[in-house]
Write a protein that binds this ligand. Sequence first.
Ligand SMILES: CC(C)(COP(=O)(O)OP(=O)(O)OC[C@H]1O[C@@H](n2cnc3c(N)ncnc32)[C@H](O)[C@@H]1OP(=O)(O)O)[C@@H](O)C(=O)NCCC(=O)NCCS
Length: 181
Amino acid sequence: MPLEYRLAVAGDIPALETLIPLSARALQVGYYSAEQIEGAIGTVFGVDSQLIEDGTYFVAVAEGRIVGCGGWSKRKSLYGGDRGKKEKDPLRDPATEPAMIRAFFVHPEFARRGIGRRLMELAESAALAAGFRGIEIVATLAGEPLYVGFKYDVVERFDLVLANRALMPVVRLRKSPAPSP
Ligand SMILES: CC(C)(COP(=O)(O)OP(=O)(O)OC[C@H]1O[C@@H](n2cnc3c(N)ncnc32)[C@H](O)[C@@H]1OP(=O)(O)O)[C@@H](O)C(=O)NCCC(=O)NCCS
């Protein structure tokens, strides 16, 4: 099935709000408990409309249906959707700060077909083209193998405290200096 990749637009938000929980509930089994996944949906796993507004978020489309999403950020937030944010998200300085890879979710029926990899290629090249020299990711344990495959180094492991008080172990990865675009 041919896949098309394009920048996300505001009109994609309802489809993304369906895709993100579906992806998390299916593809994070084995990495996190149901309590952890449910505690993260909405705040940690949710649509960050700032990325869409910035033109830094991509979608994968199969026969008109969004089956994957992911992107990068020039903003300070490390992770999370609109519901996890209280204030405006300031810009980072590409000369001194890394860009962030953000919010990768693939439809379970389309997992392990290279969609995550292609979205990573698009996000990394766009961040480098925007002048960033380093890239960081605060990743789920489910996402870690994808990013390690892109030669990111694990720099830190820590727990997020979720809306339901459950703890979610995550990993911070870094590629620095980033390769030339
Ligand atoms: C992580 C995720 C985005 C990967 O998407 P994907 O389209 O299935 O990934 P790809 O097919 O591009 O995989 C690329 C490589 O990543 C690694 N990888 C991806 N999923 C993996 C898994 N479940 N176990 C081990 N390695 C995996 C493999 O090296 C894979 O290459 P291979 O298939 O040739 O072995 C997807 O599993 C997902 O949406 N997970 C739930 C949400 C989530 O946790 N997202 C990460 C947020 S930081």
